[in-house]
Design a protein around this ligand. Structure first.
Ligand code: ADP
Ligand code: ADP
Length: 237
């Protein structure tokens, strides 16, 4: 069974005003992301990439269709159950979304506090994560003192704190220069290869997907118009 399994999924945003039109942001999508994959979702702005990710993360609910994450059907779940599903999913963002009032340590510890993990256990976990992302020396630095690449490494450590099976990366290198992008992609490869975490990478940058993904789906107007191993999708016909 795939870790993420979407069947006939659509998401319609109702018209914002009486004479506006509804938007079919996701249109009858089937998708299987197997455990261990790095799966790229590419497409132009407005193609539906963010909506797709928000459906997997249960931040939006599908208008129709079925979404299974790690075997659990998430459409129609109550908020409490959804929270449990979200705890199994890590997420990193274009603008990092770090807490500026907290240090590097505080940012990585935050999800553990929310999950009720005890201080000693959390301390050990944070130390291990900062070691993994190469920021052990920066534990007590406030995040606005960090470079973009360092900030995203904090974002990755924070996302890993809850030991997710699935990591969602939403335009996670779009704010970074090419060199820093490669550094962050290298870290994501290690997250996949060394920790066995499945990753979905949403991006409008073809080069990012070519360099990191095993498989790719190309989205256009809410539909997947092409998909397969990266090598096949991006080779000239
Ligand atoms: P190359 O660098 O090999 O010329 P590109 O990276 O430009 O190829 O594009 C590879 C394939 O993906 C092409 O078939 C192209 O039409 C498609 N493509 C490129 N950019 C996008 C995008 N933003 N959204 C959807 N498809 C795209
Ligand atoms: P992408 O991430 O590929 O840029 P999005 O998923 O953000 O695409 O958007 C897909 C379509 O859905 C766009 O037409 C966008 O305007 C629309 N859309 C996204 N979120 C909302 C929302 N909350 N309300 C109404 N329309 C939305």
């Amino acid at each position: 069974m795939a870790l993420v399994e979407m069947r006939g999924v659509s998401k319609v945003f109702p018209a914002a005003s009486r004479n506006g039109t509804a938007v079919r942001a996701i249109d009858d999508v089937d998708l299987d992301v197997e455990a261990g994959d790095i799966y790229g979702i590419v497409g132009y702005s407005g193609a539906g990439k963010s909506t797709l990710i928000r459906l997997v993360n249960a931040l939006e609910s599908a208008t129709s269709g079925s979404i299974r994450v790690d075997g659990t059907e998430i459409t129609g779940l109550r908020e409490r159950q959804l929270q449990r599903v979200r705890l199994g999913i890590g997420m990193i963002f274009q603008q990092f979304n770090l807490l500026r009032s907290r240090t590097v340590y505080g940012n990585v510890a935050y999800p553990l506090q929310v999950a009720g993990v005890g201080k000693a256990e959390a301390h050990e976990r944070v130390a291990e994560l900062l070691q993994f992302v190469g920021l052990a020396e920066k534990a007590h630095t406030y995040t606005d003192q960090l470079s973009g690449g360092q900030k995203q490494r904090v974002g990755i450590a924070r996302a890993l704190a809850i030991s997710p099976k699935l990591l969602l990366a939403d335009e996670s290198t779009s704010a970074l220069d090419p060199e820093t992008t490669q550094e962050v992609l290298g870290l994501l490869r290690r997250v996949n290869a060394e920790l066995g975490i499945t990753i979905m990478v949403i991006t409008h940058e073809m080069e990012v997907v070519k360099s990191i993904a095993h498989k790719v789906a190309v989205m256009e107007d809410g539909r997947i118009v092409e998909r397969g191993p990266v090598f096949d999708v991006f080779s000239e016909p």
